[in-house]
Design a protein around this ligand. Structure first.
Ligand SMILES: Cc1ncc(COP(=O)(O)O)c(C=O)c1O
Length: 459
């Protein structure tokens, strides 16, 4: 609610009603076919939704500022096929490790369109970035200034941008809150480190071009991004007055939230982009600075484009000491394919997309009971099959006639799911399938095989 009031002032009272639900969902026939062809659990990404969201982001940003640039934060989902699509749609690619940089290059993204992040880039990573010709290095700390200076030698070197901690405190889960002053990321503006870093870069002969901040992720209230943008724009103006240095690039990061559950009502892309870009423009007005203004969304581009498909394997109702009952619905994946509930208490929308095929039915509670008239919903705990107290999705509403063999889809799993997956309990990581524009399916990543799982090891 907080941001609506702020928004009402900023947009002259045009606070919208609850926004439309734009999350991609599989229809029953697609889900059946996908499960049959590729098995479950399965990550599914809709190409149309992904492309549309990138286009909307670019259009809304270019409309607000013709010098806008969109840089896809590949940590959200660095599946090669998706990096290729993001690049085709005009994005630069934000990489936060040598692995992500290599992924971008393998996907066909030129190194000069990559923005290299990291709060502790290894010497070897800096050297690799220089060797392949990364477009922009986001310098996070004083050691990196020295490392870059030493490794670039006499060459002009890449364009460099200072990552700044603008000292704003976004309202989001503490593990994805990074804009506050007490953070490992970037140079603090308030304690003078940022100004010192700029002086050292200039004195070191680094090709400093601008400033960057990213304040946090899954932000439903955009105040923090606006304030972060304003703070670094003010700092940029100060660089001009204090040091005579003019930036040509400013990057206000990502962070726009997506809809996970019905209660989430994030701003639309069209509302969000001008809000942040106009705020930056207002600060820069009269400064004589006219930089490229980049944004770095990840989740907002790919999150709602993805679903995860699971099959129900076990349904167990337990009676607790107080007589209350809880129904556990165990699916064939869990914390290894979606660690976010365990990490951030993240919530998701879970829907039954396919009822068990009657042909598979080997247990009935009475003739036709499982497939009779809808019986309404029940609140259940969807659990994974790992050795954890693994409430994968707590308190979700699913039909009362839910049965073993039904397929569930979990919405908005396009971001920070496949890219955060592990092999915990020796689970092979799921395949990633793209629903192409013509509706055909394309495998972007195969399910890990047993050979893949043990390839690195010897007895
Ligand atoms: C530097 C940086 N930029 C962009 C992002 C993308 O954030 P989001 O996916 O919330 O848009 C992140 C996420 O952690 C980040 O660390």
């Amino acid at each position: 609610m907080g941001w609506r009031q702020a928004g009402a002032i900023l947009w002259g009272g045009m606070a919208p009603a609850t926004r439309a639900d734009s999350r991609f969902r599989l229809v029953e026939s697609q889900a059946r076919e996908l499960a049959e062809k590729f098995g479950t659990p399965l990550y599914v990404i809709d190409e149309r939704t992904f492309r549309d969201r990138i286009r909307r982001y670019r259009e809304a940003s270019l409309k607000a500022n013709p010098k806008s640039q969109i840089c896809y934060a590949s940590k959200a989902n660095s599946t090669l096929g998706l990096l290729k699509i993001a690049y085709e749609e005009g994005c630069w690619i934000d990489v936060a490790s040598e692995g992500e940089l290599r992924a971008a290059l393998l996907a066909g993204v030129p190194a000069e369109k990559c923005v290299f992040h990291g709060n502790n880039k290894l010497r070897s990573e800096v050297a690799y970035g220089l060797e392949v010709g990364v477009g922009i290095f986001v310098i996070d700390n004083f050691e990196e200034i020295d490392r870059l200076k030493e490794l670039k030698g006499d060459a002009v070197g890449p364009q460099c941008v200072l990552r700044l901690a603008p000292g704003v405190d976004p309202k989001t889960h503490e593990k994805i809150r990074v804009g506050q002053a007490d953070t490992k990321f970037g140079f603090n503006i308030t304690d003078g480190s940022a100004l010192e870093a700029a002086k050292r870069c200039l004195a070191s002969g680094l090709n400093l071009v601008g400033v960057h901040c990213h304040v946090g992720s899954q932000l439903i209230d955009p105040t923090a991004q606006r304030q972060g943008g304003e703070a670094i724009a003010e700092f940029a103006a100060r660089l001009k007055t204090d040091l005579g240095f003019e930036i040509s690039y400013i990057n206000v990061g990502g962070g726009l939230g997506v809809k996970y559950v019905d209660a989430d009502d994030p701003m639309t892309i069209e509302e969000y982009c001008p809000l942040v870009l106009d705020a930056v423009a207002r600060i820069l007005e009269g400064s004589g600075l006219d930089p490229i203004v980049a944004q770095e969304p990840g989740r907002a581009l790919v999150g709602e484009a993805g679903v995860t498909l699971y099959e129900v394997g076990v349904i167990k109702t337990i009676e607790m000491a107080d007589g209350a009952r809880r129904t556990y619905v165990s699916v064939d994946g869990g914390v290894s394919d979606n660690p976010r509930p365990a990490l951030y208490s993240a919530q998701y929308t879970v829907e039954r997309v396919v009822k068990r095929d009657p042909a598979w039915e080997y247990v009935t509670d009475g003739p036709g009971a499982a497939f009779g008239a809808p019986l309404g919903d029940q609140v259940v705990t969807v659990s994974g099959r790992h050795c954890e107290t693994d409430r994968l999705f707590a308190d979700v509403s699913l039909p009362k006639d839910l049965a073993v063999g039904d397929l569930l889809q979990v919405l908005s799993t396009g971001a920070y799911n496949s890219s955060m997956a592990s092999n915990y309990n020796r689970f092979p990581r799921p395949a990633v399938v793209l629903v192409q524009l013509d509706g055909a399916f394309k495998t972007l990543a195969e399910r890990e095989s047993w050979d893949d799982l043990f390839r690195r090891e010897t007895v």
